[in-house]
Design a protein around this ligand. Structure first.
Ligand code: PEP
Ligand code: MN
Length: 357
């Protein structure tokens, strides 16, 4: 079998069960996935770090033997999650082509360093999932540990699996796409792979998240598939039978980066000019708004009145949010924009009120 080369195929499609459970389930799933023709790399969890003790924690070494068998039967490379030196050694011994760092491991610099030390000098591919919490520095730090261990950048990929979130969300781990833009600007050459399964936590939104990833020019997807999802020992609600995985992958439209069509270029150019003009006006208006905030700060200072007048802020918020429908802008978006403006405005008033003159 040829050596697996990260980046040789884009989009890269990785699929397999959340966990290897039995030999039959592992082989049936992998063989059916290979038969779809849309899967490039097989996956399975062998050791499962679980949020709650007592949940299924993986079958361990015997699962690696099943994955090695799946590789022989299908001719496809395979990846497993590793979190310790022992995991790395065992996975490599059984011929794993890809090692991935799970979200619960990326949060722990000691664990990441242990894995990085274990792969020092090894010719392998490492995929690093984002940490559970939305902390780009922690994620970037994990990447740097592998770079420092001598794994070349082209053999490291990133997996976006969403971030745990305190509050209500329709997703298990909301994607927070803006965090990914930041990570991509730090490592522009690295493959970015989306994990819709762990973002969604259920089957309903897999297509919508996968399409968004394709539209944002991600380099691949890792999606869980199980021969009988409802009986899965972990992540039952989010796994797809191999046929549905195939249908999903075939429905995704990986649009091209660009085209030379002159009509397309011309209309894009016009719209971009319009956007640039609107941006210029928008920020000019914001600048004027901030100058007025400073004037308010001066008046408040002269009269020794506190900056934050919560009833005033409440009424601004209510007025703007009530226009959500008319403006065709979501309430969530309006809230974020207003809060940013309000914060800057308070800072400006603060500067004025605490300045000497
Ligand atoms: C997994 O891929 O099965 C897994 C445990 O994912 P994560 O580390 O993203 O939770
Ligand atoms: Mn899983």
């Amino acid at each position: 079998m040829e050596k697996f080369v990260l980046g040789a195929k884009r989009p890269l499609i990785i699929s397999g069960p959340c966990s290897a459970e039995t030999r039959e389930q592992t082989l049936d799933t992998c063989v059916r996935l290979a038969a779809t023709g849309v899967v490039d790399v097989l996956r399975a969890g062998i050791w499962k770090p679980r949020t709650q003790p007592g949940s299924f924690e993986g079958v361990g070494l015997k699962g690696l033997a099943w994955m090695a068998e799946a590789k022989r039967l299908t001719g496809l490379p395979f990846g497993v999650e590793v979190a310790t030196r022992k995991h790395v050694e065992s996975a490599l011994e059984f011929g794993a082509d890809v090692l991935w760092i799970g979200a619960r491991t990326t949060v722990s610099p000691f664990a990441v360093q242990e894995v990085a030390d274990a792969v020092r000098g090894v010719d392998t591919t490492i995929l690093i999932k984002n940490p559970m919490n939305p902390d780009i520095n922690l994620w970037a730090g994990a990447v740097t540990r592998f770079l420092n261990a001598g794994i070349p950048a082209e053999r490291i990929g990133l997996i976006h699996r969403g971030f745990s979130y305190f509050g209500h969300s329709k997703y298990r781990n909301p994607p927070m796409w803006h965090m990914i833009l930041e990570m991509r600007s730090r490592f522009p050459e690295m493959m970015m792979i989306c994990d819709p399964s762990h973002i969604c936590g259920c089957r309903d939104y897999l297509l919508e998240i996968s399409q968004t990833a394709a539209d944002l020019r991600y380099d691949g997807l890792i999606i869980e598939s199980h021969i009988c999802p409802d009986k899965a020992w972990s992540d039952a609600a989010q796994q797809l039978v191999p046929d549905d995985l195939e249908a999903l992958v075939r429905r995704i439209n990986w649009r091209k980066d660009a085209t030379d069509d002159p009509a397309f270029k011309q209309s894009l150019e016009l719209y971009r000019r319009e956007i640039d003009q609107i941006d210029a006006e928008l920020f000019e208006l914001l600048s004027r708004r901030m100058k007025i905030s400073e004037k308010i700060g001066r008046v408040k200072k002269e009269n020794n009145v506190a900056i934050l007048q919560s009833s005033r802020w409440g009424s601004i918020r209510d007025r703007v949010l009530s226009q959500s429908e008319q403006l065709d802008l979501s309430k969530d978006f309006l809230k974020v924009v207003l809060e940013a403006i309000h914060l800057e405005s308070i800072n400006r008033q603060n500067q004025v009120m605490n300045s000497e003159q």
